[in-house]
Design a protein around this ligand. Sequence first.
Ligand SMILES: Cc1cc2nc3c(=O)[nH]c(=O)nc-3n(C[C@H](O)[C@H](O)[C@H](O)COP(=O)(O)OP(=O)(O)OC[C@H]3O[C@@H](n4cnc5c(N)ncnc54)[C@H](O)[C@@H]3O)c2cc1C
Length: 405
Amino acid sequence: MEKKVEKYDVVIIGGGAAGMTAGIYCGRARLKTLIIEKSLVGGLATYTNEIENYPGFPEGSTGIELMNLFQKQAKKFNVDFKLTDVRSVDFTADVKIVETFRVRYEAKAVIVASGGKPRLTNAQGEAEFLFDKGISFCATCDAAANSGKDILVIGSGDAAIEEGMFLTKFARKVYVSVMHDTGKMDCNEIAKAEALHNPKMEFIWNTVVERFEGNERLETVVLKNLKTTEMVPVKVDSCFIFIGYLPNTEIFKDILPMTRGGYLLTNEKMETSIQGVFAAGDVRDKFLKQVATAVGDGAIAGYAVEKYIAESEMFETQILNHGYPSLVYVYNAIDPQSRDHLSLLDRYGTENPEIKVCKVDVYKSDGLAKRLGVTKYPMLVFVNHNRIQGETEIIDEKSLRTIVS
Ligand SMILES: Cc1cc2nc3c(=O)[nH]c(=O)nc-3n(C[C@H](O)[C@H](O)[C@H](O)COP(=O)(O)OP(=O)(O)OC[C@H]3O[C@@H](n4cnc5c(N)ncnc54)[C@H](O)[C@@H]3O)c2cc1C
């Protein structure tokens, strides 16, 4: 099937908090921006019933409400949304390719904001009971269906305990399987204190899941006591697994650099090692994965993309000069000596109109210097036929004449 081709300035893969924030920045910078989301716009944040730590919402907010506001703001800046999954990418050329089942998107830049997915226990029987058969990863989605029922939560991190407490508003009983010794949990101290005092919560310490059992639906989770190796069967209506997340980076394997765990590596500008490809949010290797940090990443990535596209245009029109000769002066504006040469360059430009004189101030951004491969400043570079023909650190009348000859 011949795929339809659509062109954008920026394609953002993933419509969670990071992707939508990047979209707001790109859209507001008047870049033609597309967000591709494969399931639910809002991403992981929509899984949580209560977000209390996102600034600006002193009363807290549900994840869905907060993410709806993000989407509304992105749409205000004309960001397009497409609900489909990205199947493959090709980042080898200047024009970046992002492919879905039907469409081949071409973009000047791509932001990967594909987040993560819940980690599984990999215990026996797990695959049989996923989602609507009794194993869930989303308290917000499945709490009401568990009214008056018995639930088992796996894990003791912030998500496990906070979502477990939310579930106590619906369930008859919430058991919590914790792999640590009695009283030791991975969540914050406030959540821990509240959970330990919650009469509907019962902790089963030193345990991990051995297997999931049932017929059509999950009926029993057999836990194993790590100290005694005793098997502890727990009769449940549902089990909620909150034991961490895995990054959604399968399609970037061998394309983008990542950690052994699959998290993408970026610098502080959210740049990956491929020019024009950025990453933001939970998909990155970073210290804290939260909505607030996803928003910070998205803002940086959106801003960096805007600069990257502006620089690409400048590189093409000013420096490569469409294949015609150009003399590029790379300097740092805070260095007085470098500034002294500017008038010499201006004079040369006036006297030699056939050669474009172009000044690159690395104090503002070193992006263009990097593209030229220049790391020392000041430097004079002569470009012709789209290639560097010569460069010199000596900047005077004679070197100007020599380098272009
Ligand atoms: C239960 C729970 C409770 C939480 N509580 C809080 C909290 O109280 N406060 C807080 O700050 N944070 C909380 N978090 C964390 C927060 O939700 C995340 O850090 C944040 O949502 C990450 O945003 P993101 O945009 O980086 O990734 P995500 O939200 O994961 O978004 C990535 C999106 O990319 C999409 N995607 C992936 N691959 C593709 C593809 N190939 N094609 C198209 N789309 C793709 C996914 O479908 C997803 O929607 C919680 C998380 C969970 C699970």
